[in-house]
Write a protein that binds this ligand. Sequence first.
Ligand code: A3P
Length: 280
Amino acid sequence: MSVVNIPDAAGKILTVQEIDGRLYPRFDPGVLRNVPSLKLRDDDVILCGFPKSGTHWLFEIGRSLLHGKLGTDVKPKESLFVDMVPESELNKVDSPRILNTHVRFDRLPSDVKTKNLKILYVRRNPKDLVVSYYNHTHGEFKDYLPLFSNGLAYGSWFEYVLEWEKIIANNQELSILDVAYENLKEDPIQEIRRLSDFLGVQRNKDFIEEISDFCNFSTMKGRFKDKMGIKDGHNIFYRKGEVGDWKNWFTVAQNEWFDQLYREKMADSKLKFKFTLNED
Ligand code: A3P
């Protein structure tokens, strides 16, 4: 394990650590190293996504569907965040659990693959993601674009999504639901119904509508405002919740630079990301 300091122009430093050739935030290395060997239950679901892809949102929807009720006094996503929470604590949580992680596919608990557990995978367009990431960690926005291209905590977004594209295409035997943040935003009812079918819980139309309301951005932000994730007076988990906010942050030159980078890195990919709402 070694510590890597990525300096930004404002003199702040994003400190990450390298473990077995991968970058991670400075969580307990023992916990991170234990993730591949976590013992899972047959009814566990695992939620995967690069940081800032909308993982809290999907967690909340998934939990409501699995439990069949809307919970206000329930354990937050963080209590099932396997990158940080020791196995002994995860074991205390009642089933059904939605474990969640940002680690790469090859570091997922091997039980996920051998037991063929359900995997929820969420992805988000990288322009909104980098804005969200910047607002989570702060510093100088302009420094986040090169950082993003080289890899933030959890490494490169490009490598992350390209790997998942291959995994989904080449592993038909795995139960993976691919959810795009932008689709969830455009048509939450349809996406929640798809999720309900995938989880095999068959919730009815009224309940799906209730979940959609219960998990919309302002309701969730209100519910979690006093709990956690408040940094310098800002809510870093429930900030704006929009598609296309990147237009308020990117200069024309930054946007051109980013588009070029995207074209290069994604040249062999069939993945489509929506950068504005209701885009084909
Ligand atoms: P913004 O910073 O763009 O607002 P994660 O949960 O993976 O950390 O992702 C956080 C991002 O998801 C934040 O994006 C946050 O506002 C957004 N988000 C959280 N809950 C949401 C919801 N109910 N609807 C839409 N976006 C949501």
